[in-house]
Design a protein. Structure first.
Length: 324
């Protein structure tokens, strides 16, 4: 029997509602120590608390119920209800999202937030909901991507020439590192540690938090703070499932997603410097690019902009670049 919720925990807004009993399946690819995983668990705990235990969110971390792409596929056929998935993986189903991964399209985090939270992002997310039946409730982040390698200190685009390099399984990401002359190898994140350990690939790109959480620093000697792409992580729900909720449940799910978005963004930015210092203390060589060195990477990767301008539409690219 459903219980009437009369008060809400964790400083949430007061809602009185007779929440229906339900269990929701929530999958993501992140290690439990990562702020993204902690944000997902915080969402689950808060929803359960505020529904007086009527709504249970079962969280499945570490790709245990599928890779990022598989999670999107599972959501579309109602096997998974909620997922955290990088924009670049969702772009396989809604190609306009590739604009988030154009190299160096974002000046800084605030610019990325202005796009994802503002008119440009919200318009895309609504169009995506109508086209593929998946609703975007929030946008977590894992930060700006870095380049790690086993042996090569990467200070210039030429240093990437011929390196066997793991990339996200998305044509834009392949093109980004092909532009540097790397031997780009698509691979799910769940397989990257083994690939690096066994020498299947010699390097990869990920934000600092991912490098530490997945243990890549244990099998990589170098990290370059290239900041070539911002990794927005979409908080998604099957739209048909969401539409079937009563109004109070919709409000609860949506509001807690946004609350935990704010918490996760703050947390990932808080810990990134600490994690980088830990990796450096453990012996990883950290390369911080000068403005001139960063520009050299931007110049090389500009070929990706040329390739994708027609596919994405120059109007969309301009809207992203000019968002404030």
């Amino acid at each position: 029997m459903a219980v009437v919720a009369t008060s809400l925990a964790l400083n949430g807004p007061a809602i009185a509602a007779d929440f229906p009993e339900m269990t929701l399946k929530f999958g993501h690819p992140y290690n439990e120590t990562h702020p993204l995983a902690q944000g997902a668990q915080r969402f689950a705990d808060t929803v359960q608390e505020r529904s007086n235990g009527n709504i249970t969110v079962q969280v499945f971390p570490n790709s245990t119920i599928g890779s990022s792409k598989e999670l999107v596929e599972a959501m579309r056929v109602n096997v998974v209800d909620i997922a955290l998935v990088p924009t670049t993986n969702v772009a396989s189903f809604y190609p306009k999202l590739d604009v988030f991964y154009l190299p160096f399209v974002f000046r800084d985090r605030e610019h990325a937030y202005a796009v994802s939270d503002g008119e440009v992002g919200q318009s895309m997310f609504e169009d995506m909901r109508e086209k593929i039946g998946i609703r975007t409730l929030a946008m977590y982040e894992s930060g700006f991507r870095t380049i790690t390698t086993r042996d090569t200190k990467v200070e210039a685009p030429e240093d990437m020439q011929g390196i066997k390099f793991r990339v996200i399984n998305n044509p834009l990401n392949v093109a980004t590192f092909d532009a540097l002359g790397a031997n780009s190898t698509p691979m799910p994140i769940s397989e990257v540690f083994t690939g690096l350990q066994q020498g299947t690939v010699d390097g990869q790109d990920n934000p600092v938090g991912n490098v530490r959480a997945f243990g890549f620093d244990k099998v990589q000697g170098n990290i370059t703070l290239s900041n070539h792409q911002w990794a927005g992580i979409m908080f998604l729900i099957n739209d048909g499932k969401f539409a079937g909720f009563d109004e109070a449940t919709q409000e609860l799910i949506a509001s807690v997603a946004k609350e935990t978005e704010a918490w996760e963004r703050e947390e990932i930015n808080r810990v990134e410097g600490e994690l980088l210092s830990e990796m450096e203390a453990d012996g990883m060589v950290v390369t911080r690019l000068t403005q001139e060195q960063s520009q050299a990477f931007q110049d090389k990767m500009s070929a990706v902009w040329e390739e994708y301008s027609d596919r994405l539409g120059q109007d969309l690219i301009d809207a992203v670049v000019n968002a404030e």
